[in-house]
Design a binder for this molecule. Structure first.
Ligand SMILES: NC(=O)C1=CN([C@@H]2O[C@H](COP(=O)(O)OP(=O)(O)OC[C@H]3O[C@@H](n4cnc5c(N)ncnc54)[C@H](O)[C@@H]3O)[C@@H](O)[C@H]2O)[C@@H](O)CC1
Ligand SMILES: [K+]
Length: 554
């Protein structure tokens, strides 16, 4: 699924209206109708749940939270828009801003009324200030007999009372807004959140930065967000992904081709089976050739492990085996051998240094080992040692084996400063930093880069000519060409030591099996997350999940 920035969305809107000649009002009509359909769908789901056991809104029948992103084809209008039993018990308040987002909400009000739901409209500003299209919609709403009142007078906010309503539509601010919501928007957002009523957001929750996913001090907490035409980047990164609730992307008549025809077209995708297959051209069946042998599936070299962190090398190696690599060799300090040998009988080991930790002289041994390898992963449990950046430079410059660099391998890169200027570009490199490591690579505080993870990852990947995997909930994968893939699989139970080492092993193993770095990184984070979800389901409580469980679920 394509993901766009608000700036790209505005260009797509303009192209659709001006170049394709599709009237703006007709797009607004479809958008409002889609929002109404989603409200009706929400009402039906909620009443079904309360009949069968009152699990509360926003949960699946199995009780699990219903989150994430779905794309729904426009539902056959007559089935949803028709009046239905129980509609009259509902009274929805449409919170309406003066721009086109408000216009979408006003159209929704008409369709909801038509379905038998009682609706009222609260305008954030006096109607004279409404934009042309929103103003036209407001007039139609009035003529349809829907009660409309403005909340623009200063004393009004204090008097707001939402107890008469059963739900709210947030059509206050969309992608045309910027910065902290001003009054009375901020007060309305606060009151909406405090009401305890379910909120369905039009396009984006008001107060969300639709580009970065950062929330303003006041931001709508939605049960569901009906995203118009294309998924926005701010909805797929935290905290935006949380405050948006369940995101449903609805087509409104803006053709897909418009996205490819604008200047600086979008190049970001949600990682789904469809985009893995389509955009990244990956055969997801993972079928083994009938006449294959272990050599068909590559040979991965894991360079890592030290006295106090031998498990990391072991987990990366085991994960590489589990993901289907033909052969895996773990290069380790000799003293680790007695304690690890036999734990994974399928694994081969190579003594790369004497003693129990790494040293700079081991580079030649590693280079020799790497000659026959399909991929080399550097970092899990490696530790730091004297001259380690020079050691890494040697591996970077004197071997042409694809590299996956993680953990202390990344810290070495950070210490090397502008390593691209000093060592030169290199094809086939995957870096897998968590936000702390990414901060060190960029030389900025972690919190700063987390403000806009997608752009941070994209810029770094392009500037350094690497595939970058910025880990964390909604992992961002960026290619050297600037394409971005956002992962939605995974489970908070995976926030435990060792899952990063598992990911390194998975990505390395996929490269060994002839996927290119961006394919391996995107498919790898997807599979890693799915395995984590499955592992979490198998535990009595996900907090007890261990990285090893993720390997076993691969
Ligand atoms: N043809 C189109 O352009 C379409 C637009 N659509 C809807 O229109 C929205 C974008 O509409 P607009 O561009 O009119 O903008 P919005 O409706 O998002 O709101 C912008 C308005 O809020 C004001 N504003 C900006 N920042 C503010 C702040 N911090 N606090 C308070 N007010 C602020 C601006 O002066 C402007 O009037 C989309 O999110 C979507 O919902 C959809 O109807 C689909 C078609
Ligand atoms: K909104």
């Amino acid at each position: 699924m394509l993901i766009v920035t608000p700036q790209q969305m505005k260009r797509i809107d303009r192209y659709t209206i001006e170049e394709l000649g599709i009237p703006s009002l007709s797009l607004m009509e479809s958008a409002g109708r889609a929002i109404a359909e989603e409200v009706l769908d929400f009402i039906r789901e909620r009443s079904a749940v309360s009949v069968t056991g009152n699990r509360g809104a926003g949960t699946r029948p199995d009780g699990s939270a219903k989150r994430g992103v779905t794309s729904t084809a426009p539902v056959l209008a007559d089935t949803l828009i028709a009046p239905f039993d129980g509609a009259e018990r509902e009274h929805w308040l449409i919170l309406t801003g003066k721009g086109n987002n408000g216009g979408d909400g006003l159209v929704a009000a008409r369709y909801l009324q038509d379905a038998g739901v009682k609706v009222s409209v609260l305008c954030a500003e006096s109607p004279e200030r409404f934009s042309g299209e929103a103003s036209a919609q407001l007039e139609s709403v009035r003529r349809s007999g829907i009660p409309v009142r403005p909340a623009s007078e200063p004393g009004d906010l204090a008097k707001l009372d939402f107890t008469a309503y059963t739900g709210l539509v947030d059509a206050l601010l969309g992608i045309g807004a910027s910065g902290e919501p001003r009054e009375p928007y901020a007060g309305l957002i606060r009151a909406a959140n405090d009401s305890g009523l379910p909120i369905i957001a039009a396009d984006i929750p008001s107060g969300l930065d639709a580009s970065t996913g950062q929330t303003a001090q006041v931001c709508i907490r939605a049960e569901r967000t009906v995203c118009i035409a294309f998924l926005k980047t701010g909805l797929v990164q935290y905290p935006g992904a949380k405050t948006a609730g369940e995101v449903r992307v609805r087509a409104v008549g803006i053709p897909q081709l418009a996205a490819s025809r604008i200047e600086d077209p979008p190049n970001a995708y949600l990682i789904t089976e469809r985009s893995l297959r389509g955009v990244l051209n990956i055969d997801l069946s993972r079928d083994r050739e009938e006449d294959s042998h272990k050599g068909t599936y590559g040979h991965a070299l894991v360079v890592g492990g030290s006295r106090l962190m031998s498990g990391a090398g072991l987990m990366a190696s085991r994960a590489a085996l589990r993901i289907g690599t033909g052969l895996v060799t773990w290069a380790l300090p000799a003293a680790l051998l007695p304690s690890v040998v036999g734990h994974v009988p399928e694994l081969m080991v190579a003594e790369a240094t004497a003693g129990d930790s790494w040293n700079r002289d081991s580079a030649d041994t590693v280079l020799k080992l790497a000659e026959k390898m399909s991929v080399m992963s550097i970092g899990p449990g490696l530790g730091r040692f004297d001259g380690d950046t020079q050691w890494l430079k040697k591996l970077w410059t004197e071997s042409d084996v694809p590299l996956v660099i993680d953990a202390d391998g990344l810290n070495m890169l950070a210490d090397a400063g502008d390593f691209i200027a000093a060592w030169g570009r290199r094809p086939n490199v995957v870096l897998t930093p968590h936000p702390g490591e990414m901060g060190r690579l960029l030389g900025v505080p972690t919190a700063e880069l987390q403000q806009d993870r997608i752009e941070a990852a994209r810029k770094y990947a392009v500037r350094h000519g690497v595939t970058l995997v910025l880990k964390g909930a909604r992992t961002v994968v960026a290619s050297p060409e600037g394409a971005v893939f956002i992962n939605t699989t995974g489970h908070p139970g995976m926030s435990t030591g060792g899952t990063g080492d598992v990911l390194t092993g998975v990505i390395s193993g996929l490269i060994a099996q002839k996927l290119n770095p961006i394919q391996a990184a995107a498919f790898g984070v997807y599979l890693h997350g799915r395995a984590g979800e499955r592992a979490a389901e198998r535990r009595e409580h996900p907090a007890s999940l261990l990285a090893g469980d993720v390997i076993d679920s691969l």
